[in-house]
Each structure stands twice: as C-alpha cells, then as structure tokens.
Design a protein around this ligand. Structure first.
Ligand code: NAP
Length: 252
C-alpha cells in the first residue's frame, strides 16, 4: 500500500503550481491539487508521472470554507496530511494611486488572506506530528518594482508570515519556508514577457543569466524545501531569480 506523504498544492491547474505538482509526484509524494479550473486540473493530473498519486479538487481558495474543505479532502483521499504549498495567485497589479479598494481587496484575498487561512488550517491539522509549509512569495515581496503596490504588499506579508510561523511552529517540528521567484514564464507573465518593452528592460535584460526562469526552476526549489535534505531549513526565503536581485546588472 502507498503510504507516502500527502501534500496540498493550491493553484495547481497551470504554471508554477502544475510544475510543483509534477515534481512532488516525481519525488514520490501524493498530491491534492487545487484550482479554480476543472479542465486545467485534469490536465495537470493526466500529464503527471503517476496520475494515480494526484487527486484534484476544484476550489476557490478565498472562500471561507476552503481551508477546511481542502484538509478534509486530502485526509479522505490519502489518509494523511504532511505538507502544504500555498501557490495560487493572481498578477497584473497597479501603482498605489491607481489601485481602488476592490483591486486591493482582491489581491489581499488571494495572495495574503487565503495563504494565512490555509496555513492556519494546516498547522491545526498537523498537530504534533510535524509538517511542512512552503509559501510561494515573490522577489517583489523583498524589493520594490514599478507599479506593483498591492501585489508587493501581499507578498511581503507572506514573507513575514513565513518567518513568524517558523518561530511559532518550528518547536513542533513544522518547517515553514518561502520561495521568492523572479520572472518565470507562465500564463501570468507570458504576455508581458512577449509584448512589454518596459518589462523586458526592467526584469529580463537586468537578469545576469542567459534565459528566463521556468516553472520547473521553482518546482525544484519547492522539492528541496519539502525534502529530508532541508530537514533543518526553517523560516528561510529561497530566492530563485537567476541573480536579478543580487546585483544592479546592466548587460554589455
Ligand atoms: P498562473 O499561471 O496565473 O497560475 C496561477 C494559478 O492559480 C491558476 O491556475 C489560477 O487558476 C490559480 N488561482 C488563482 N486564483 C485562485 C483561487 N482564488 N483559488 C484557486 N486557484 C486560484 O500564475 P503563476 O505564474 O504560475 O503563479 C503561481 C504563483 O507564483 C503565484 O502566487 C504568483 O504570485 C507567484 N509568482 C509568479 C511569478 C512569475 O513570474 N510567474 C513570479 C513571482 C511569484 P485559474 O487559471 O483558473 O484562474
């Protein structure tokens, strides 16, 4: 019988969440993959190395019942719950003076409130058995970026929550870390990568690396943080950005 660890991955229908699901399955874990879109989830499951170790749940992570429904589903499906990857996200934020309350609330709901509430449900469910949480933050939670007001604020909040959870729950054997991606080619960013000259100048030309990041680059970092190799890594923010935040790089 397969009794390997069982993880929840949110936003698993495409982009980084799909790659994380695939990688965790390759690592021998079982995954409850959550997303808004049933077709995308089915595609994630079918394209994984072992579809029998991926369960899917269509769920809006911002709804009040979502965290408890997710925990119930992972326990019902796999009989155990060992880890959570809070990945679901939205992009295309605006500068502060252009951001209305509705926009602010939407970014905070998805990127901060849902992460807070899923994290809370996870630490309650882990009990004293230990566990692992990985938050997908952003380099924009560490550094400013033109026009990224609500997004940056939410991601900075997630990084603060990561460190705070590490302090509060490390003593119970629960490790909490974050990954802070740079520019990763996904449906969220592809349009800007292809068509925004400003985005190219600010984010891509200034990265001292010969290619753009891929979802698999982030999945590799998540895999490490969820593995026994990271058994003593707690409260860490792992930047995966090709060196963008290491320097004020100007190409030759
Ligand atoms: P993506 O391609 O847009 O994928 C995001 C996924 O999250 C989509 O499948 C989306 O579902 C799902 N989602 C959004 N709102 C949801 C909700 N309320 N409930 C459930 N699922 C929801 O974006 P990505 O680039 O893979 O981003 C993944 C994470 O990485 C995000 O947290 C993002 O902020 C972070 N990140 C990305 C980059 C980058 O360059 N791509 C850089 C830094 C950080 P639908 O498709 O059905 O809407």
């Amino acid at each position: 019988m397969n009794d390997s660890p069982a993880f929840i991955v949110t936003g698993a229908g495409r982009g980084i969440g799909r790659a994380i699901t695939h990688r965790l399955v390759q690592d021998g874990l079982r995954v409850l993959a959550i997303d808004l879109n049933a077709d995308d989830l089915a595609a994630t499951r079918q394209s994984s190395a072992d579809a029998s170790t991926v369960a899917t749940l269509v769920l809006d992570v911002t709804t009040d019942a979502a965290p408890d429904l997710a925990i119930q589903a992972v326990l019902a499906q796999w009989g155990r719950f060992d880890g959570l990857v809070n990945n679901a996200g939205i992009g295309h934020t605006k500068a502060l003076h252009l951001t209305e309350d509705d926009d602010y609330d939407r970014f905070m709901d998805v990127l901060m409130r849902a992460v807070f509430r899923f994290s809370r449900a996870a630490v309650r469910a882990f009990g004293d058995q230990g566990g692992c949480v990985v938050q997908i933050a952003s380099i924009f939670g560490l550094l400013g970026s033109p026009g990224a007001s609500a997004y940056s604020a939410a991601k900075a909040g997630v990084i603060g929550l990561t460190r705070q959870m590490a302090v509060d729950y490390g003593p119970r054997g629960i490790r909490v870390n974050a990954v802070a991606p740079g520019v990763i080619a996904t449906p969220m960013t592809q349009d800007r990568i292809d068509h925004s000259e400003r985005f190219k100048r600010v984010m891509i030309d200034t990265t001292p690396f010969p290619r753009i990041g891929t979802p698999e680059d982030i999945a590799g970092a998540v895999s490490f943080l969820c593995s026994a190799s990271a058994a003593f890594v707690n409260g860490h923010v792992l930047v995966v950005d090709g060196g963008w935040s290491a320097t004020n790089y100007v190409p030759e």
